[in-house]
Design a protein around this ligand. Structure first.
Ligand code: GLY
Length: 384
């Protein structure tokens, strides 16, 4: 189903991100393109828009958004990049800067990122540095981007040394989480994004985890439960970002499961046919709870409940489920070494005292992690 540009359709949920001088709203609801165009026209009267998207998203959604921009009398140019993680590269960064300069995008103009996390991260980073900073609007088209990467201003590209190692904090001026756009996602991609939804329950909202267990099929089906889930996730993220924009403290909680996940993505060569980010996060969430259990921090019941929910949804929860293998314990720990949560060689993990009771654990010994990974690799993946 392609997205239609409907003027209004159903309820809207607006989540503010309260950052002094850089406050913005996240608008959640179905079929919002023409409302988005009207908001952009109001933000920047008479300005141009550059619509950055990828080739796949362009085919599905760009014409409908462009129709709405035209209706508002906004002059726009479309720039499409190839889909896939490889686009978060130095080469694409340079090419996009030059394309925007060639299109004469100026300080007062607006850059729209229409796409998933790759388009949002690359476009946001370019917007952060182009002419020393231009405003950008996130219109995320994946569940993962709607509940995580489009909110909070983390932008960047990958280096040969690891993911997201080159980037900037640059907050969007507006986020449009049009949940109808998610109707076009494959089941695999939707479920991968769901790992980032359930993460918010596991961090500090046990009632939301209960609700997810009861409602996940309805979130996938696309009813009001989907909008509710996106709104809960965005509210949780907005609250954390408002109190710790630069990740000097609490924002690190959003990395629950991610130290493991980034290592697995690195070891599978960022090959989306093997593992996509959300799948790696799902395994990382289960590992974080089992590691917490091993350290005597969390009950086995809670660790099992996390894995069971991921299994029920159809997400991976063990290292054995990494297609082609995850690598040795030594390789996995070494792959964690480039993570931004590593400070002077000591690992920082997000661990948990239970569901909804996550905390930041500094100075976790690499030997503990290695022994845990070894036990996971030797375990029967379904025996947890
Ligand atoms: N994705 C984690 C964060 O935005 O901090």
């Amino acid at each position: 189903m392609t997205a239609e540009a409907k003027q209004t359709s159903g309820a809207r949920i607006v989540v503010p991100v309260a950052l002094e001088g850089r406050a913005y709203d996240i608008h959640i609801g179905r079929h919002q393109f023409c409302e988005a165009a009207a908001m952009i026209a109001g933000m920047a009267p008479g300005s141009k828009v550059a619509l950055v998207t990828d080739d796949s998203v362009a085919a599905l959604h760009a014409p409908a958004l462009e129709t709405c921009l035209q209706q508002e009398g906004i002059a726009f140019t479309r720039i499409a990049v190839p889909p896939g993680e490889a686009t978060k590269s130095y080469d694409r960064f340079v090419a996009l800067c030059d394309a925007l300069l060639a299109a004469r995008i100026e300080r007062d103009d607006i850059v729209i990122a229409l796409g998933g996390g790759v388009v949002g991260d690359l476009t946001g980073f370019v917007a952060a540095v182009l002419r020393r900073g231009v405003r950008f609007v996130q219109i995320p088209t994946t569940l993962l981007a709607q509940v995580d990467s489009s909110v909070g201003g983390k932008t960047g590209i990958n280096s040969g040394h690891g993911k997201n190692l080159v980037g900037a904090f640059h907050q969007p001026a507006l986020v449009i989480a049009d949940t109808a756009l998610l109707d076009t996602l494959s089941e695999r991609e939707f479920k991968a994004g769901y790992a980032e939804v359930v993460k918010y329950g596991l961090i500090d909202d046990p009632a939301f985890f209960d609700w997810c267990e009861a409602n996940w099929t309805r979130i996938i089906a696309g009813g009001p439960e989907r909008d509710h889930a996106v709104a809960v996730a965005c509210k949780a993220k907005a609250a954390i970002v408002a109190r710790d924009e630069r990740e000097t403290g609490d924002r690190a909680l959003l990395n629950l499961g991610h130290t493991f996940a980034h290592a697995l993505e690195r070891l599978t060569g960022y090959d989306s046919t093997r593992l996509v980010h959300g799948e790696a996060v799902a395994i990382g969430l289960a590992l974080a709870f089992r590691f917490s259990q091993r350290l005597g921090l969390c009950s086995g019941q809670d660790a099992i409940r996390v894995s069971r929910h991921l299994d029920a949804v159809g997400l991976p929860s063990t290292l054995q489920q990494v297609p082609g293998g995850a690598g040795s314990a030594h390789e996995i720990v070494a792959a964690m070494g480039q993570d931004k949560k590593v400070r002077r060689g000591v690992l920082t993990f997000i661990l948990a005292h239970g569901i909804g009771r996550s905390f930041i654990a500094h100075g976790v010994a690499a030997e503990e992690v290695q022994a845990f990974i070894e036990s996971e690799l030797s375990a029967n993946g379904r025996a947890h």
